[in-house]
Design a protein around this ligand. Structure first.
Ligand code: PEP
Length: 250
């Protein structure tokens, strides 16, 4: 069986200015000479820059939202609905990022409902989950991840449109990445969970990507692991180093 196509997402979070978004798109992303048949590339600017980034980027780099509301269009002040993302002609959203879970109270149940809403409207989803430091230290990482996957599964109506992003909370933005062995252990467990709880075919096909302090220094070692199909990159996706991270998938 051919290897799953690698997948690299750049999560720009609440960062950037028009000038820095232009620079990233033109100087870093459009200047890569990577083979897009080997890697799918999706970047997620802040909502306010979605259209601007789309207008600047080459077509084989997709643009994603970082979140969508649980509600649709209507009297929901300040919310951005799935319908808005679809209307812009975009195909992707990140959901369940740990910053959404921890800073904005998104529970497993809310995340699962958002995933369901996004898929029902035809978006593809980068679904994020992962244990926190205390959970890892207590040795319950695999139980936590299984619980999060059980909940996500309730919302998933089309596995073809889902990329699973394992992002241990203790590794996000800390400069402390999971070792390749730690990442592989959890990714293998995720694939096993897929096989048992969904199907062998979905387990084989679904991209499971790693996120948490990925840099140009550690990307090659992480991607060398069988079940690591790519990355969700935060901080380093705002820098020229992102090009190097894309290149290790080639
Ligand atoms: C993230 O926010 O999804 C992330 C992985 O961040 P960082 O790469 O900065 O750890």
């Amino acid at each position: 069986m051919a290897r799953r196509q690698f997948f690299v997402g750049g999560n720009w979070k609440s960062n950037g200015t028009q000038a820095s978004v232009r620079e990233l798109c033109e100087q870093v992303l459009n200047s890569t000479s990577i083979d897009f048949s080997r890697v799918q590339v999706v970047v997620a600017p802040a909502f306010i820059f979605l259209q601007f980034a789309r207008s600047l980027l080459r077509p084989n780099i997709a643009v994603s939202a970082q979140n969508c509301s649980l509600t649709g269009s209507g009297p929901f002040t300040g919310e951005v609905a799935v319908e808005h993302i679809v209307d812009l002609g975009l195909n992707w959203t990140i959901l369940g990022h740990s910053e959404r879970r921890n800073l904005y109270g998104e529970t497993d149940d809310i995340v699962s409902k958002k995933v369901n809403r996004a898929l029902a409207h035809g978006l593809s989803v980068i679904a994020c989950f992962g244990e926190n430091l205390q959970e890892r230290k207590s040795g319950i990482t695999l139980d936590v991840v299984a619980r999060q996957l059980d909940s996500l599964k309730k919302g998933i109506i089309d596995w073809n449109k889902v990329v699973l992003a394992y992002e241990p909370v203790w590794a996000i933005g800390t400069g402390i990445n999971a070792t390749p062995e730690q990442a592989q252990e959890v990714h293998a467990m995720i694939r096993n969970w897929l096989s048992t709880n969904v199907s062998a075919e979905v387990a084989e096909r679904t991209r499971v990507i790693y996120g948490g302090s990925v840099t140009d220094q550690n990307a090659a070692q992480l991607i060398s692991k069988n079940d690591v199909d790519g990355f969700l990159v935060g901080g380093a996706s705002l820098k020229p180093a992102f090009r190097v991270i894309l290149e290790v998938t080639n």
